[in-house]
Design a protein around this ligand. Structure first.
Ligand SMILES: NC(=O)c1ccc[n+]([C@@H]2O[C@H](COP(=O)([O-])OP(=O)(O)OC[C@H]3O[C@@H](n4cnc5c(N)ncnc54)[C@H](OP(=O)(O)O)[C@@H]3O)[C@@H](O)[C@H]2O)c1
Length: 400
């Protein structure tokens, strides 16, 4: 039993709070702390009376480390789950160190003025967390997150050596809008409009955005076009999976999404360079975000399924072996359960599980870690229990 503080009350934060409240045996108390207090209060009102977990709320601007540190010291949570934006990661890690609390997040740090995400900045905190006797668990959503746990599980139980990993993220949900993003539009568009890259033979190979396209026949969904993207778990898996030769990440996009994105890019609407408008400096991408549907509003409209998983190729007892581990998740089922679509659900559930394992000591070690560095078994069991059951296919079709 313990107390968690969740910073950020958006799409993913809302799911994580719901799941902590379902899991009152682990989480006796939840503090929802975010920039807009009214969102925290509305969530508390919705859940109170349905759970044994005690819920409190707090307004906080996580960009102000001193204020956040003070709040953590006052509330004394056992763990802090960061579900704000990647820009806040380092500041929140600083506050956790100052207040002596374990840290969990789902996305690696990204400077607000440069669309570049790397673990470098957060890995630099290793010594400080070690010395403080605190755990920082990085990237504990689905991808990154569950994809790393699947990799550790495959290595532990099925392979002597994994040589190739293809991570496939398919969202076959339809929300009825010609263009909308499933999570924070600013973060999402920064991710998909960046150059792609993959890891091969010890180095990065860079590609142009959407340059590499493949079609894959996804279990329970069917054939979809998918595109190679840079993705953060490639960086940590390249370090943590011995014998790895290549890691690629593919995500599906519809024709409509890509046509709109291309057009928006061509006119400069996805830029993060400030421009003057009406005597005021604005950032085109942030302005675009205000026009797009709020991802939190997509829940009732989104129909269809997601399928996210990893295809592994490696060796067992000297012979080549293939394996596919994946989860499928239904948007409408998620909406019925927690009032959010599957993209927020598939991130919020693993975030709750990671926080639980750090809090109860199962995944607690002083330092800064990625999920694949811990024993995957308790996490895999918890996925089955908390709404993201996984399947294994022993002879999958490979991506060319
Ligand atoms: N690993 C994965 O699989 C995965 C998948 C999807 C998303 N993610 C990550 O999950 C995180 C949350 O995504 P989301 O879609 O839930 O985003 P979101 O809906 O935009 O929610 C972000 C929340 O953080 C709050 N916030 C922003 N800046 C803050 C600050 N300075 N201080 C305090 N609170 C602040 C926002 O407050 P307001 O309400 O005032 O805006 C909002 O409540 C992001 O880091 C995203 O990259 C990970």
């Amino acid at each position: 039993m313990g107390k968690i503080m969740i910073v950020g009350c958006g799409g993913v934060g809302s799911v994580a709070v719901h799941k902590c409240c379902q899991n009152s045996d682990a989480f006796s108390e939840v503090v929802i702390a975010s920039r807009t207090l009214s969102k925290c209060d509305a969530l508390k009102k919705k859940l109170e009376g349905t759970t044994k977990t005690k819920i409190t709320t707090a307004q906080v601007d996580a960009d102000d480390t001193a204020v956040l540190t003070e709040l953590i010291r006052r509330e004394k949570p056992d763990v802090l789950l960061n579900l704000a934006l990647p820009y806040q990661d380092l500041l929140i890690m600083e506050a956790c160190l100052a207040a002596g609390v374990h840290y969990i997040d789902t996305a690696n740090y990204e400077p607000e003025d440069t669309a570049k995400f790397e673990y470098k900045w957060q890995w630099e905190y290793r010594e400080r967390f070690e010395k403080a006797g605190l755990t920082a668990l990085l990237g504990c959503g689905f991808d990154p997150g569950v994809t790393g746990v699947f990799s550790a599980y495959a290595l532990k139980h099925y392979f002597d050596e994994i040589n190739y990993i293809d991570i496939l993220d398919c969202n076959a949900g339809d929300n009825g809008y010609p263009f909308a993003t499933n999570f924070n539009p600013e973060i999402n568009i920064r991710e998909v409009s960046a150059n792609g890259s993959y890891w091969e033979d010890g180095h990065w190979v860079e590609t142009k955005p959407m340059e590499i396209k493949r079609t894959y026949d996804f279990p329970e969904i069917g054939k979809k076009d998918m595109y190679l993207l840079h993705h953060e778990e490639i960086e940590s898996l390249a370090v943590n999976i011995p014998g790895i030769k290549r890691i690629r990440f593919f995500m599906t996009f519809s024709e409509s999404y890509l046509t709109h994105l291309k057009c928006l890019e061509d006119v400069g609407m996805t830029s993060i360079e400030p421009v003057m408008y009406g005597g005021q400096e604005i950032i085109p991408l942030q302005f675009l975000k205000t026009l797009l549907p709020d991802p939190a509003s997509l829940g009732p409209r989104t129909k269809g399924k997601t399928n996210i998983g990893c295809i592994f190729v490696g060796k067992k007892n000297g012979k080549e072996k293939k394996l596919y581990i994946y989860n499928t998740c239904d948007h409408q089922e998620c909406y019925k359960e927690v009032g959010s679509q599957a993209v927020a659900y598939t991130t919020g559930v693993p975030a709750m599980i990671g926080a639980m394992l750090v809090m109860n000591g199962t995944w607690r070690r002083p330092g800064v870690f990625n999920v694949e560095e811990f024993d995957p078994d308790p996490f895999m069991d918890a996925l089955n229990k908390w709404g993201l059951p996984w399947k294994i296919s022993e002879n999958p079709k490979l991506v060319d």
